[in-house]
Ligand binder design. Structure first.
Ligand code: 13P
Ligand code: SF4
Length: 414
């Protein structure tokens, strides 16, 4: 019998990248309020929708009953409900999604069902915020577990970005800097980009977005993911010395004035804790053990890893890469383990495995457990909206400008 990721994490936490994964997700959501990755200015609707810990009855409920409840609620709600699921969600959750995709596709999917009263987002906080900004005002967006944030999104806050922006404006004395935020950021930072002639990108359209940004100005301030910014800039031919990483806490942003003067892409020091684990040594080992192996990694991986791989792309690009490979192919993947294992299961004629030998799911995506999905869907059936995500109009109006520019910047064909 093969163990699921969930079984592995609970039975052998020592074999995972984080012993905390063995805890049940409700051990992280006992504080009222939004979890990590939230926009600081988001409003928590009160009083009925006040978030909190998953009720004890749902924590104790047998898996079979949770699944029966989810199925029954979906049936009752019909077209009034749409469930969106990111590729990194666990299989027990993703099976209920009406749309499964990468973050660009899911932002678009939120627009395809204007008739649905509720959008339940099985993903992380910044994705649900994006859906709320793009959805019709009457639509309610729900994140089943409000503690499902993104550690990378937390690495850039509005105050630090404003301070860095001020320092850059003072240094350059022109208006030729274009802010680009990765989708993995709070709504407040998307609004910042909207207010300053900037744009949002995802991993699938980052090069289209950078081209757009260079048509608008001389240089780009890219946050929060240094790796996506560097990998995309490099692929476009921007020399590494023109892509300095700033330190928002240091005077002069910690960059030599001569370097700053010539900079084309100013990188923020953010990263993804899952993707920074991939190494060139892992790729070398995969090549030594499996001659002919094809290696594809997500562009949140470090530049040396992207350079050593055969290809890099968004979660959907990775999915397409595996699907297009001939039968019998051996493919090593550098991305989150739930997606890798699903692709391995979907392609039994190919050998598909994760570059990282240690089980390391995205610990915040993992917080969407079927218990939360059952609880929020039961709420909708009873007429109660639980764990709603509400972005204030003041933030949403500017964030929408940057997001609409993003939606117009189509990913290039894989
Ligand atoms: P994608 O846009 O490729 O789905 O990536 C989202 C993400 O958070 C990767 O860590
Ligand atoms: Fe954030 Fe990394 Fe998880 Fe993606 S995989 S949601 S970047 S922590």
């Amino acid at each position: 019998m093969t163990l699921s990721i969930n079984d592995l994490i609970v039975t052998a936490p020592g074999d995972t990248c984080d012993a905390e994964l063995a805890k049940q997700p409700w051990e992280f959501d006992r504080f009222p309020g939004y979890g990590p990755g939230a926009s600081e200015t988001d409003v928590i609707p009160a009083p009925v929708t006040r978030p909190g810990q998953l009720p004890a009855a749902y924590q104790r409920m047998p898996e079979a009953e949770l699944h029966a409840r989810i199925r029954a609620a979906k049936q009752t709600l019909g077209d009034r409900l749409v469930i969106l699921g990111h590729f990194y969600q666990r299989d027990e959750v993703v099976q209920y999604a009406d749309f499964v995709g990468d973050s660009f596709q899911l932002a678009n999917a939120a627009l395809t069902r204007p008739d649905a009263e509720a959008i339940v987002f099985c993903g992380v906080h910044f994705m649900a915020e994006t859906a709320d900004i793009l959805a019709r005002p009457e639509q309610r967006v729900i994140l089943p577990n409000l503690a499902a944030g993104c550690s990378m999104a937390d690495m850039a806050d509005e105050e630090s970005v404003e301070a860095a922006w001020e320092a850059l404006t003072e240094f350059y004395g022109d208006d030729e800097t274009v802010p680009v935020t990765y989708m993995n950021s709070s709504a407040a930072l998307k609004a910042f980009c909207g207010r300053h002639g900037g744009i949002v990108c995802t991993s699938s359209n980052a090069s289209t977005v950078l081209e757009w940004a260079f048509e608008q100005g001389r240089r780009v301030l890219f946050f929060p993911d240094q790796h996506l910014g560097r990998n995309t800039g490099k692929a476009m031919g921007v020399p590494l010395e023109q892509m300095p990483m700033i330190n928002p806490r240091r005077p002069g942003l910690g960059v030599d004035e001569d370097v700053l003067r010539d900079a084309r892409v100013l990188l923020w020091p953010g990263f993804c804790s899952v993707h920074k684990r991939f190494t060139v040594a892992q790729i070398e080992q995969a090549r030594a053990q499996h001659p002919g192996v094809r290696v594809i990694v997500h562009p949140e991986s470090p530049m040396t890893v992207v350079d050593a791989a055969d290809a890099a792309g968004s979660t959907d690009a990775i999915r397409k890469f595996v699907a297009a490979a001939p039968s019998g192919s051996v493919i090593a993947i550098g991305t989150e383990i739930n997606l890798v294992n699903r692709l391995a299961a979907e392609h039994p004629d190919k050998t598909v495995f994760c570059l990282d030998p240690v089980v390391c799911p995205c610990s915040t995506m993992y917080r969407i457990h079927p218990g939360y999905l059952a609880w929020v869907l039961d709420g909708l059936v009873e007429g109660e909206v639980r764990n709603e995500i509400v972005v204030t109009d003041e933030v949403a109006v500017h964030a929408k400008v940057a997001l609409e520019r993003m939606l117009a910047a189509l990913p290039k064909a894989d």
